[in-house]
Design a protein around this ligand. Structure first.
Ligand code: FES
Ligand code: FES
Length: 385
C-alpha cells in the first residue's frame, strides 16, 4: 500500500492505495465521484478525462500513486466555475449531448481547448477533440458549442495549469499482493470507535442455535478470533489487537445488493461463564451507510456432546441501506448466515471445510427490488452535472 495526499475538488484527501490503482477507479470507487466515466479503460475514448494540475488527463491510464500532491478537478468540482458553466450552457443550446456518457470527458477537453487556444478555427477544434469519442451526436453540436464559447469570449477559468514535482514511478513501492483493503480517510471524516456498547440502541434480535459440539470445543473456536472470523461468510480481519480491538470488513451479498462494511470493533470474552460481547461500527463506502451493532453471546451445555449458542444482537443502520435494516429482512439474512456459520464451525471442529455460498436469495427480494430502484434513483439525483 502507498500513502498519498492530494487535493480533489478543493478538499484534501489522504489515502492508502495499492500502487496499481488507477486514478479513475480511486475517484469512482473510493471517493464516489462517479461523474468521471469509464469507457474503453485503455486511453482511447476520452470518457475518463479530468483535470490534473489544470491539464486534461486520461484518468483510466493514470495511477493514483502518481498523483501524490496533485490538484485534481473532476466534473463535480467545476459546478461553480464560470467557464464550465458557459461551456455547459453552450452544449445544451447546440445539442452537444444525447446520452451524456462522453460528456464529462468532452467538457474537460472543451474547457482545456477554449482556455488554451482562443483563436482556433473549427477544423482545429475537431483535431483537438479527436481524443474524445462520442457515439451519439456526430460531433457537429459539440464543435458548434465550442465555437459559440470562443466567439462570445470565454469566461474566466477557475482552474489553470500549474507545475508540480510529480512522484517518480521509480520511487514507488513494489506491488503488495496481499491486503486487498483500500483504507481511506477523507479529511473531516475520520473513522473512529468512540462509542460504548450501552450507547448502541436500535433493533433487537435474539437467536438460539444448537451445535453438535461440546461446550469446551465450541468455546475454543469462538474465543479464537481469526478462526471464528473464517467461519463467517464475507468476513475478513485486518488486525486483532492485544486489547481486544479488531479491524475488519464484512461483505454481505443478497441478490442484487452487495454491502461491504469496513470498521472497528471491541471484543470481550468471559471464559468463566463462556460468554462474550462484540460491539463496533462500520461504514459501507459505496452508499455511505453506517452500522452500529453489538452482539452478546453465551454458550451453554445442551445435551450430551451438544451446546446451545444464544445470541443477542442490537443494530442501528443509518443512511441509504437503513431501508434494508427492517427486522424481517435482517432476521432472514441472520438465519441464513447462522446456518452457514454453525456448519462452518462444526466442519472446522472436525477438520473439514464447509463451502459458503457467495450470494443468497430471499423471499423478500421482490420488495427489495423496489427499494433498490428508489435507492439508485436517489444516488443519481445526488450527482450534479
Ligand atoms: S476510459 Fe479512459 S480513455 Fe476510455
Ligand atoms: S452523447 Fe452519447 S456518447 Fe456522446
Amino acid at each position: 500500500m502507498h500513502e498519498i495526499s492530494m487535493t480533489v475538488n478543493g478538499s484534501v484527501v489522504q489515502a492508502s492505495v495499492e500502487p496499481r490503482t488507477h486514478l479513475a477507479d480511486f475517484l469512482r470507487d473510493d471517493l464516489l465521484l462517479t461523474g468521471t466515466h469509464l469507457g474503453c479503460e485503455q486511453g482511447v475514448c476520452g470518457a475518463c478525462t479530468i483535470l490534473v494540475d489544470g491539464r486534461p488527463v486520461r484518468s483510466c491510464l493514470t495511477f493514483a500513486c502518481g498523483c501524490d500532491g496533485a490538484d485534481i478537478r473532476t466534473i463535480e468540482g467545476l459546478n461553480d466555475d464560470p467557464l464550465m458553466k458557459q461551456i455547459q450552457n453552450a452544449f445544451c443550446e447546440n445539442h452537444g449531448l444525447q446520452c451524456g456518457y462522453c460528456t464529462p470527458g468532452m467538457l474537460a477537453t472543451a474547457y482545456d481547448i477554449v482556455r488554451r487556444l482562443p483563436d482556433i478555427d473549427d477544423q482545429q477544434v475537431r483535431k483537438e477533440l479527436s481524443g474524445n469519442l462520442c457515439r451519439c451526436t456526430g460531433y457537429a453540436g459539440i464543435v458548434a458549442a465550442i465555437r459559440q464559447v470562443l466567439d462570445s469570449g470565454p469566461e474566466n477559468a477557475s482552474v489553470t495549469p500549474i507545475t508540480r514535482e510529480s512522484t517518480r514511478f521509480s520511487e514507488l513501492p513494489k506491488i503488495e499482493k496481499k491486503n486487498p483493503i483500500t483504507e481511506i480517510t477523507v479529511q473531516g471524516h475520520p473513522e473512529s470507535l468512540d462509542i460504548s456498547p450501552e450507547e448502541i440502541t436500535g433493533v433487537n434480535l435474539d437467536k438460539e442455535v444448537i451445535l453438535e459440539l461440546s461446550n469446551e470445543k465450541l468455546w475454543e473456536i469462538i474465543s479464537d478470533l481469526p478462526t471464528v472470523a473464517s467461519c463467517i461468510p464475507g468476513m475478513s480481519l485486518e488486525s486483532v489487537g492485544d486489547d481486544g480491538s479488531v479491524i475488519g470488513r464484512l461483505t454481505i451479498a443478497v441478490g442484487p445488493i452487495k454491502a461491504s462494511f469496513s470498521g472497528k470493533g471491541i471484543v470481550n470474552f468471559n471464559p468463566a461463564n463462556t460468554s462474550g460481547q462484540l460491539y463496533g461500527a462500520g461504514t459501507d463506502r459505496l452508499t455511505r451507510s453506517k452500522i452500529l451493532a453489538s452482539l452478546s453471546f453465551n454458550i451453554e451445555h445442551f445435551e450430551e456432546n451438544c451446546s446451545k449458542l444464544s445470541l443477542h444482537v442490537i443494530y442501528d443502520i443509518r443512511g441509504p441501506l437503513s431501508q434494508f435494516g427492517r427486522k424481517a429482512l435482517v432476521e432472514e439474512i441472520a438465519d441464513s448466515l447462522l446456518k452457514d456459520i454453525t456448519r462452518s464451525i462444526v466442519a472446522k471442529a472436525s477438520g473439514t471445510e464447509h463451502k459458503i455460498p457467495e450470494n443468497r436469495s430471499f423471499k423478500v427480494l421482490p420488495f427489495m427490488g423496489t427499494v433498490l430502484k428508489s435507492l439508485i434513483m436517489r444516488l443519481f439525483r445526488q450527482k450534479k452535472f
